[in-house]
Design a protein around this ligand. Sequence first.
Ligand code: ATP
Ligand code: MG
Length: 193
Amino acid sequence: MVLCGPYSRGASRQRRPFFNLTVAQAVGTIVDEWANSEALSTVDIVPAKTCLIYGAPGTGKTRLAYWIARKLDMPILLVKLDGLVSSFLGTTARNIGNLFTFANRYRCVLLLDEFDAIEKVRDDPQEVGEIKRVVNALLQNLDVRQNIGFTIGITNHSKLLDPAVWRRFEIQLEIPKPDFEVRKAIAEYFCHQ
Ligand SMILES: Nc1ncnc2c1ncn2[C@@H]1O[C@H](COP(=O)(O)OP(=O)(O)OP(=O)(O)O)[C@@H](O)[C@H]1O
Ligand SMILES: [Mg+2]
């Protein structure tokens, strides 16, 4: 688990990633909603608090999540969910609970990276209802967190996710493989570094 400020220096992942217009517009909407949350609250609209980022490996999902956190100007709590999975009965659900209890103390962006790792519990030959406990823990904790900060789930395998968990995310943002223009921009950027 890593906690860092939105402007940590020297981290290349803090720089603006290159994406197509659809992704850029979706990110712009999230940021604009948060920037205008007070005005929106006068007409009973609350900004989105949860976002699931999914797509093929290496397409810049983690980097985009860092960028969103930076634009929201909140500290980032980065958690790789595979680190929470335990072979001991009940421990994974308890680890999830402890994580959210800690995260909910801060107005921060909670980045749940490798989100699909939770589904690994299903493959455990000893599986005796543990997956239900884990999914329930996730659902309850995501609900409680709704009013505190912003939560981003990141996964390569969106199909593995339990539909109820999937539905908890107000925004589902698919990151496509970069098209020609985006590839050109990435190549130019790295050539000039
Ligand atoms: N669209 C992009 N713009 C700029 N850099 C990118 C982009 N996509 C990938 N990269 C670079 O490629 C590397 C991998 O990106 P990142 O770790 O964010 O991908 P990922 O989708 O999270 O991968 P994984 O699924 O393996 O976790 C990073 O160094 C990142 O800076
Ligand atoms: Mg990643």
